[in-house]
Each structure stands twice: as C-alpha cells, then as structure tokens.
Design a protein around this ligand. Structure first.
Ligand SMILES: NC(=O)C1=CN([C@@H]2O[C@H](COP(=O)(O)OP(=O)(O)OC[C@H]3O[C@@H](n4cnc5c(N)ncnc54)[C@H](O)[C@@H]3O)[C@@H](O)[C@H]2O)C=CC1
Ligand SMILES: O=C(O)C(=O)Cc1ccc(O)cc1
Length: 280
C-alpha cells in the first residue's frame, strides 16, 4: 500500500503481539497500535483483514473510536455473513465489503508482496443503498493497487467463489488428508513419488487452517450446494470408469482443457513471472 499510495498514512493493528513486532520490523505501516481502537481514531478508510469469523468482534472493537466520516471495508473471502456482521456492529456507518481475489497459500505479514493485486479482480459487495461516494473511495483504493474492480451482490459473490475457490480448497484438504491417512509405508511413497498433480493439491492444502475453517462455516450454504453438485458429478465419473465409458471421460477432459486455456488467455493464471511464487 505504501508503495502504491506514498502520501497515505497507514496505521495497523493485529491482536497478536508477535505479528505487530514483525510488521514494525518490516516497516509495513507508519504506525502499529496495541489496540484496535487506537488504529482507527483518525482514519478515512478502515480495512479489516482478519479471518471472516473474527470480523464481527473486530468491528465491535473499533465502533466507539471510528470517526463519523470513515469508510469501513474488509478483505474477507466470503461476503454475505461478513457484510451482515459489519452492519450489525457498525449501524449507520459507510460499509463497503470487498474481496481481492488474489493470494497464495501463505499467510502472515511476510507473505505479502507489492504486485499481489496487480491485474487481479477485487469484488465489492456494497448494500444497494450504500453511499456511492464511499463505494468510489474503496474502488479507488483497489485500483491504485493495480486491481480491476467489479461490484456484485454479496450472495452472488458467495455462490461464485464457492465453486471457484472454496470447493477447490475443500477438495485439496480432503485428498491430502486421505493420502496422510494411508498406512505409513504408502504415505512415504506418496511423498517420494508425488508428481505434479498431488504436489499442486498440497500447495492449496497448506493454506491457513483458521482462515479456511472460518470460510467454510461462513459460506456454509453455497459450499454445501456446490459440494452436492460436485459429488454427483464425481459419481458420474466413477460410473464412466466402471463401465469403460472412455467417450464420457474424453469429452469431459476436453471441456476442462478449454477452461484452463481461457483462464490463461485472460491472464488470471499464476505463471506470470512476478507472481511471487519465488517467495514460496
Ligand atoms: N490468504 C489469502 O490468499 C487471501 C485471504 N483473504 C482473506 O483475508 C483475510 C485475512 O487473511 P490473511 O491476511 O491471509 O491472514 P493472516 O493470517 O495473514 O492475517 C490475519 C491476522 O488477523 C489477526 N487477527 C485475528 N483475529 C483478530 C482480531 N480479533 N483482532 C485483530 N487481529 C486479529 C491474526 O493474528 C493474523 O495476524 C481473511 O478474511 C481471508 O479470508 C482474501 C483474499 C486472499
Ligand atoms: O493460493 C491460491 O491458489 C488461492 O486461491 C489464494 C486465495 C485464497 C483465498 C481467496 O479468497 C483468494 C485467493
């Protein structure tokens, strides 16, 4: 943020003193405060960057110190529950929930890098009656970081992200968990012979446990809906294998290859040279 907005004054707070020390050491903020309230006393824009299950408590903790004209936003991976929690904790305030759809499996203050949001989408989910000036301020913030901004309803966001992000994480956690439950001898072979497929799942399955526990509990309905469809489609694949239906397998794999190609054409893959994989 400091690099993209050199005149902005950035104040940070984290409930974990070790994180506050690291942020001070790395110089990520102009000031780091020991309480949430002290971080917002003269803020124009407050961005809550905690696991989605912690948003309600943090919003309540800043309520009394928040200046009247401050805009409150967040970066949570699920939106309807967070938006409701922010509205309940901060009644009458300008609230513009946001989700930058960019990240890695890493977390903590050392996991960030300046190009993270460049060319990525940031989805805003303001309520229909939100102040357009507040929405414009949050949009300008993300555009300054290089992101493309789109606005949609929070429920719609949660359905789309359930299939593009949340279910893939659940599947990765599940398959890596299955491998780790295998007998010890097989497990060591899984590690030794892990070809690209399994390795890619282990990257996703190394994502932060607190963050993802909260996402699945907060976006329960949409995730369960997509999981139902997924298990039906998986059963269809199981049937195709059992009955030697090679055409069914071939047709699906041809369709899925086209999806990968369109992601690469839109520049939303992580193969670009500056995407921070060297930090992993
Ligand atoms: N990691 C990723 O790739 C992405 C994460 N997100 C969302 O961003 C949010 C933050 O995720 P990360 O930055 O990855 O996690 P992180 O683990 O790096 O940072 C979260 C921080 O919140 C602190 N915290 C927890 N409860 C708190 C409280 N009540 N008051 C003050 N601090 C508190 C923790 O100590 C931790 O340092 C989550 O809601 C996540 O869903 C959104 C897009 C991408
Ligand atoms: O590391 C990956 O592949 C991710 O999918 C990162 C990510 C995690 C959570 C989000 O809400 C957005 C992006």
């Amino acid at each position: 943020v400091g690099e993209a907005m050199p005149t902005a004054r950035i104040t940070g707070h984290d409930s974990d003193p070790a994180v506050r020390d690291t942020v001070r050491r790395l110089g990520l903020c102009d000031d780091v405060t020991d309480t949430p309230g002290a971080a917002v006393t003269d803020a124009d824009c407050v961005i809550l960057c905690v696991p989605v299950g912690a948003m309600a408590d943090l919003a309540a903790a800043i309520a009394d110190d928040l200046p009247d004209n401050a805009v409150v936003s967040d970066v949570g991976s699920s939106k309807a529950g967070v938006a409701a929690a922010l509205r309940a904790a901060l009644p009458g305030r300008a609230i513009v929930p946001a989700h930058p759809v960019a990240g890695t499996e890493r977390s903590g203050p050392e996991a960030g890098f300046a190009s993270l949001f460049r060319g990525r989408w940031c989805i805003l989910t303001p309520a229909e009656d939100a102040d357009p000036a507040a929405v414009a301020r949050v949009e300008a913030f993300w555009r300054a970081l290089g992101a493309e901004v789109e606005t949609m309803a929070a429920d719609h966001h949660d359905l789309v992200l359930a299939i593009t992000s949340h279910l893939p994480h659940l599947i990765a956690y599940s398959i890596v968990g299955t491998a780790s439950d295998l007998e010890a001898v097989t497990r060591s072979e899984v590690i030794k012979y892990s070809a690209g497929g399994f390795r890619d799942f282990t990257r996703i399955a190394a994502s932060d446990p607190t963050m993802w526990r909260d996402v699945f509990l907060a976006n329960k309905d949409a995730v369960l809906e997509m999981l139902q469809r997924f298990t039906e489609d998986l059963t269809a694949l199981q049937r195709a294998i059992r009955w030697d239906d090679g055409d069914a397998l071939f047709d699906l794999f041809t369709r899925t290859r086209a999806i990968r190609r369109s992601i690469i054409e839109q520049g939303q893959d992580d193969e670009r040279p500056d995407f921070g994989r060297s930090h992993a």
